[in-house]
Design a protein around this ligand. Structure first.
Ligand SMILES: Nc1ncnc2c1ncn2[C@@H]1O[C@H](COP(=O)(O)OP(=O)(O)O)[C@@H](O)[C@H]1O
Ligand SMILES: [Mg+2]
Length: 126
């Protein structure tokens, strides 16, 4: 939290390694953050974006977001955590429902009244 222009986005970008320092260093323990693999480093972060970007992919893929081989049980678990498991599982194609912007399936999700797309970032945090 802080006033506009105080450096919130810059700090978030630096911590998430979207930006690189031009001076000084950001350390985790006694090592610079760049020394850790991204997969290891990101395992410590929960990131909830203000603006949710949905990919033209299935519910399952939108939750896993690039992580391969996430077991379905884990996807079901995070949906349960944000109380969306029942909604998703009641869709005709369940976790394989396409979330394409103008696709029928997406309208079905929206019509369910669960605001599913709006809560995507929250799901991804887990
Ligand atoms: N520590 C800092 N020292 C100098 N300039 C900074 C610093 N942090 C951010 N800035 C600059 O200040 C401006 C606003 O920063 P930004 O991160 O967008 O603020 P916020 O997200 O809080 O509105 C940007 O031009 C950024 O490059
Ligand atoms: Mg900002």
């Amino acid at each position: 939290m802080g006033p506009s222009g105080s450096g919130k986005s810059t700090l978030a970008g630096l911590l998430l390694r979207f930006l690189q320092t031009t001076g000084g260093a950001i350390r985790l323990g006694d090592r610079c953050v760049e020394e850790y693999s991204l997969a290891f480093y990101y395992s410590y972060f929960g990131y909830v974006s203000q603006k949710t970007t949905l990919f033209n992919l299935s519910v399952r893929e939108n939750i896993a977001m690039g992580w391969t081989a996430v077991p379905l049980e884990r996807i079901q678990e995070v949906c349960g955590t944000v109380r969306l498991r029942e909604t998703v599982e009641n869709l005709p194609q369940g976790y394989e429902t396409l979330l394409a912007k103008r696709a029928c399936s997406c309208r079905a999700v929206r019509c369910s009244g669960s605001h599913l797309p709006e809560r995507w970032s929250e799901i991804r945090r887990f």
